[in-house]
Ligand binder design. Sequence first.
Ligand SMILES: *Cc1c(COP(=O)(O)O)cnc(C)c1O
Ligand code: SF4
Length: 339
Amino acid sequence: MGSLEGGRKCYDKLICRYRWAATPYYLSLIDWSDPNDPIRRQCIPDPKEITFYLDGSEDDPLAEERHMPVPHLIHRYGDRALLLATGICATYCRHCNRKRFWAGRPRVINQRALGGIIRYLSNHPGIREVIVSGGDPLTMGSAHIDRVLSALRTVKHLEVIRIGSRVPVVMPMRITKGLCRILARHRPLWLNTHFNHPREVTKEAESACDMLQRHGIPVSNQTVLLKGINDDSEILGDLFCRLQAIMVRPYYLFHCDAVRGTDHFRTDLYKGIRIMKTLLGNIGGLCLPTLVIDLPGGGGKVPLNPDYLTGIDGDEAVFKNHEGRTIRYKSPWGADCPG
Ligand SMILES: *Cc1c(COP(=O)(O)O)cnc(C)c1O
Ligand code: SF4
């Protein structure tokens, strides 16, 4: 955790600003002899959260607060909206991009806010998917989860529910048959979780994902690229292959957002692109997520892809393949011709 400059006072100030909690299970995965243990760094507060800032970082760089038409709902893309169900998490990830929520008492969505959201969704027939996020929605009681999902299911045009939850990673024992049966009643429902390191893919996490899948709930994963934790092609290659082996589909690899209090986790923009380039040549497509950056000011997510199409030469497209070899391709050019 580095030295606690200022001692106890600094530590109090730190967790006053950015709350701390972790499950005994997730803590049990830490190798305490390693000060840079990747599990430790994700869940144990670091004084850098309140002392280390990079230019341009903000509490809410994605301008989520400006895209909330009704409380607890972010609507940035036409066909999908994101519901902030609770401010509570099982373990508070130090790299969380909604750290700004952690101040004050955590709020869980109530009947009134839910009513406002259902009205908004009903008036917006273009929304076909709702992402239930937070915080971590699976920290709510099963009855409340059922209530939220049942309310969403009263919106006739809503097709898909997606739950964003880190519970399979940090509290896999929460995934019980009872919970899975509730979730299964509201299918089509996808669960998107958040593994960042191969050491998180334990027997317990695997069983949790397996139980979800056996109830007809596909599990996918988003990883955040974190400096000193997983910004390495071997570690990420290992993680993505292990996820595929437990049938969890790697969906996104996020470039770390410019969020205040997480600057010490941020990598160079090209780091992820270089890693993806290495992985693209070495592991199968089902193991590979899309590297994306969520642009500041609510610009939305855009993919960061290594370039394989390097240029156009006469009537030929010029490619560089994963081995760095140049290959030419004669294209039937039409109206879409770039030159
Ligand atoms: C990320 C995000 C989504 C989901 O986007 P996908 O590309 O479908 O994963 C939806 N709404 C908001 C506000 C988001 O930040
Ligand atoms: S579980 Fe998700 S919302 Fe909660 S602290 Fe971690 S990243 Fe943030």
